[in-house]
Design a binder for this molecule. Structure first.
Ligand code: FAS
Ligand code: PHB
Length: 380
């Protein structure tokens, strides 16, 4: 087999890259370890930044998103038993859309297959070779995909990052998130991020019938440690309000970690999305960073493969890392401001002072708003 771009991973990064390349007449093959059913039902992110929505609209991928996505013009921060709204529309003139990552993945797969895109699901034993010369991806039972370049879009636990000599920047947090997806009508029309002395809680949603909620829990928590009743009780306590309960559609624990691999390129291998970096989900940046990476990569590969210019691919890593580190800082800042730490009264007072300034100073609220809704692509 031969193609121009071999893409490992059919998450948001790999699928969107394949779509953006096809729009430039560049062939790609996507190799995915899991089944189509698995990747389409995997519950993950929920918030699309403004630049992400604009890009999906621009490239013809937003028809269902515009019908079913929930446009939000603000979020609320809750602390000291009071809610404080951060008004995105007033502060920065744009908002976000709540639309599950699995819905984005379904739309991307449908679009690629409709265009005759080549996505191989259930691929095993992927191994990369020749990344500094003639790239080839080995997989399955002796199969080979020869390509001009390889895009490592295989997430944090993939195989691509190991093929890039890199410096790892790593920060682990002393807590995790227990997330539930419930068939229960949301009582709030916007997201609520709650800083409570007993732990953080996040109120989110997916539709007028489905609520998405998270609780801060110890890092070694197993989802079975909490009964459904305990989850509902603790959520209501930390969010300070009665919430509609309902059957759980999903319950799982997500670790909290910041990680960046520098550089994001080695020879003809380019890392994008979680393969290169992860963030704690408090800032809702993970999937949006993957989108921003592949937008830069698609443009750079277009100039290289169609025009022979190496300017874009040579600048790829530095260009992406400027946005990555902005998002890493914002995600770290939101996480440390909102989560309960160990019993340190000084740190607790600093947190409350930070929260109070964020909701009372227009300048501070604007900083949160512009980072949360997403800086325009190419702004950094
Ligand atoms: P992905 O991990 O989505 O996709 C990588 C793909 O590569 C997967 O389909 C995987 O099966 C495949 N793959 C891996 N190894 C392979 C191999 N050897 N061969 C072939 N294929 C291989 N972000 C938020 O903003 N908000 C959230 O609430 C949130 N919750 C999350 C919960 C969990 C459990 C996880 C793991 C992540 C969460 N994230 C969240 C972050 C997440 O949304 C990522 O940022 C996003 O999926 C990044 O997309 P990709 O880079 O495409 O990586
Ligand atoms: C979600 O709806 O899954 C969600 C929203 C905001 C976050 C993280 C997750 O910061």
């Amino acid at each position: 087999m031969r193609t121009q771009v071999g893409i490992v991973g059919a998450g948001p990064a790999g699928l969107l890259l394949s779509h953006l390349l096809a729009r430039q007449g560049i062939d790609s093959v996507v190799l995915e370890a899991r089944s189509r059913e698995y990747v389409e039902q995997r519950v993950r992110a929920g918030v699309l930044e403004h630049p992400t929505v604009e890009l999906l609209r621009e490239v013809g991928l937003a028809e269902r998103l515009d019908r079913q996505g929930l446009a939000h013009q603000g979020i609320r921060l809750r602390f000291d038993s009071a809610d404080h709204r951060i008004d995105f529309a007033d502060l920065v003139g744009r908002g976000i859309v709540v639309y599950g990552q699995q819905e984005v993945v379904k739309d991307l797969i449908a679009a690629r297959l409709a265009d005759g895109g080549d996505i191989r699901f259930g691929v095993t034993d992927v191994r990369l070779d020749g990344v500094t010369g003639d790239p080839v991806i080995h997989f399955g039972d002796g199969e080979e995909l020869r390509c001009d370049v390889i895009a490592g879009c295989d997430g944090f636990h993939g195989v691509s990052r190991a093929e890039v000599p890199h410096t790892a920047f790593d920060r682990r947090y002393p807590f995790a998130w227990l997330g539930i997806l419930a068939h229960a009508a949301p009582i709030h029309d916007e997201l609520v991020y709650a800083n409570h002395p007993d732990g953080f809680a996040l109120y989110s949603m997916r539709s007028p019938e489905v609520t998405r909620l998270y609780l801060q829990v110890p890092p070694d928590t197993d989802a079975t440690d909490w009964s459904d009743a305990q989850v509902w009780d603790e959520l209501q306590r930390r969010l300070g309000t009665e919430i509609n309960e309902g059957p759980l559609l999903e319950k799982g624990v997500t670790g909290m970690r910041s990680f960046v691999a520098e550089p994001m390129r080695h020879g003809r291998l380019f890392l994008a999305g979680d393969a290169a970096h992860i963030v704690p989900p408090t800032g809702a940046k993970g999937m949006n960073l993957a989108v921003a990476d592949v937008r830069v990569l698609a443009d750079a590969l277009g100039s290289y493969l169609r025009g022979g210019s190496e300017t874009g691919i040579d600048a790829y890593s530095d260009t992406c890392l400027r946005r990555v580190w902005r998002a890493e800082h914002f995600s770290w800042w939101m996480t440390t401001m909102l989560h309960a730490g160990d019993d340190d009264p000084f740190a607790r007072r600093l947190q409350l002072a930070q929260l109070q300034q964020t909701v009372s100073s227009r300048a501070a609220a604007t900083t949160l708003a512009e980072n949360y809704v997403g800086l325009p692509h190419g702004a950094l």
